[in-house]
Design a protein around this ligand. Sequence first.
Ligand code: FES
Length: 151
Amino acid sequence: MPHYELALNGERVAVEADEDTPLLYVLRGACGLRGPKFGCGLGQCGACTVLLDGDAVRSCVLPVSAIGALKVVTLEGLGNPRQPHPLQQAFIDEQAVQCGYCINGMVMTAAALLARTPRPTEAQVCAALENNLCRCGTHTRIVKAVLRAGS
Ligand code: FES
């Protein structure tokens, strides 16, 4: 089976996987991470979003063989309970989570937005998140959390 060395959350991580294995499966399987979620598996819901050299990408449709030396950051790489990323803290402060399944994708997509646009308008936040699905309907609080993190 092919070997890959991923630049993952600031570390070099060696994994074995078939070349067309989705990055999401490698992250949740061999790497044991639980931030990225499997939602649709079709690149449509955003639950599996990670950062790839700073861009928000859908890891369920990204083969591990396509990663190369690009830097992968997952939710775990943004922050942790002791040192949360400002976005993670803002999501807590705004009580933006209901079931929580979409939140990985919301936070990672917003992280990419804030890296490009540190003080986005509400319209920019809504546009960035429009393809991230939340079935609980907490979009209003999610948008408020991103605006709080960007203020
Ligand atoms: Fe990847 Fe839905 S699980 S976009």
